[in-house]
Design a protein around this ligand. Sequence first.
Ligand SMILES: Nc1ncnc2c1ncn2[C@@H]1O[C@H](COP(=O)(O)OP(=O)(O)OP(=O)(O)O)[C@@H](O)[C@H]1O
Length: 212
Amino acid sequence: MTGTRVEAVEAAKEVDGARLLPPTSFLARPGSCVVLRGPNGAGKTTLLRLVAGLAAPSSGTVTLDGEPADERRRATREAVAALVGVPAGWRDLTLVDHLTLVDATWGRDPGTCHERVLAALDEVGIAELADRFPHELSSGQAQLFHLALTWFRPARLLVLDEPEQRLDTERRALLADLVRRRSDGGTTVVMACHDPAVTAAVADEVVDIEAR
Ligand SMILES: Nc1ncnc2c1ncn2[C@@H]1O[C@H](COP(=O)(O)OP(=O)(O)OP(=O)(O)O)[C@@H](O)[C@H]1O
């Protein structure tokens, strides 16, 4: 079975069993975008962590192309690019340095790396910030940098937690366009989103997580 399948997944606290996520199921086919919607605290981030294999459900299953989602498995790490929380960064590396590192990690041609890195920053509208350090960015610029960092690597599944956060209206439209292009290009996208305009622009399916 190709795509990302979430089957009757639940999450509860290990100690007192309090519910972090109600039972949820969906299938995200390759090239489709599933948007998770729900109020604060409903369980969207928890579900995205399960989808990316960063945590295990207390019941139910999450599979990527038929294999369990588990970050300890190489197949999961090769398939998934996730922006859930703030990604690791280094104070003494510029934005270009960060993306160069990602490029090298994925074995791309070093001769054309700089060109690719600048194109990736330009795609999210921050090419002029290429030589800044991460702590020299505004919060919205940092979000654009984190998005570029996440989707610069190859991935069959993009997992994005409220990628619109801290972005202005114009950048939200840019984000929607970039997400749509990724899914049209065959990447599966599963994301949480609080913005109705972004959701309407990108979603093939909306999954509502019920409030508790
Ligand atoms: N580290 C944690 N320890 C205990 N409970 C947690 C932890 N993280 C989240 N929770 C609880 O799990 C539930 C789901 O939280 P989650 O972050 O998944 O919600 P969300 O839908 O992403 O919310 P938001 O829209 O505010 O980002 C909430 O009740 C929250 O309080």
